[in-house]
Ligand binder design. Sequence first.
Ligand code: ZN
Length: 299
Amino acid sequence: MYETTVEYFSNAKGGKWPKRLVAEFGEYLKSNGGFEFTKGSDEDSLFRSKLRNVGVTSGIDIRCAQESLEAFRYFYLFVETHDSLRPWDFMLAGSGCLTEESPLCWIGSVQEKRIHVDERALGGMDLVSPDFLTSPAIIVVSKRCKNLLQRLGVTGCRFEACDAKTNAPISIDASPNSPGSAINGEDAAFYQLNITEVVAKPPCFGKVLSLEFRCPKCGAAGGCRATNMVGEFDLADLSEADFQTYHGFCDDEGRLYHHKVERIIVSSRVLQALVHEGMKGLIEWGSDPMFYHAVSIRE
Ligand SMILES: [Zn+2]
């Protein structure tokens, strides 16, 4: 079971809607200030016909319940975060745009250390990210999850063993050759999932109206307002790899914009396996039914 919804946001200052629209479509107004409809429904068409000169941006969202995951090729991957994973502990200070004093943009940042994991803090988790989204995106997976992914023969990624962190301070030298670190990869409790496949072109957001929270160094945006707030990929720009990343969006004239953080998409077959095996840490939305966000693809 899946549903495609479209959410409209007002372009007016403060996101204000004309009173006549609120009066007529109030039941479709969400707490975030947007109107939401099932795409292509009569109400959606009626709402559009009544917009007249009201400027809107919109986002199309494909919500797919567990049992229908096979209906789509790719899904956005969102995993739970944990504050014991601090990017500053393993990213090279001052690399790229990033400094600890000014944690605004991760473009060009370099990982210099193996990730140290507090195994007690992450106990029971199978997929987890730092609570600060980065570029490159960082995901740590449990041994059980890594084994599953390897059995599936996943593509577009490689695994790097994490170091165990007890209560000892973080070791200064965590290079791959440092003695005592769990580097052979077989006996670690957690592994970093490094995604190596990058999409050829990021999703198209239609007409980009404004860029927000721009990095003073490289100009990458922290957000934007565009006519399609979720975006659509071209099929030709995606590969067959199970994991793929992108950190930007383009407009309908093909202009490319960089985004400060990297996002991940995962193949349907891998998401199905993760769900089926009850891997903990995958974020699902909604309540009845729970759903995942499918990637919108233009063929
Ligand atoms: Zn930057």
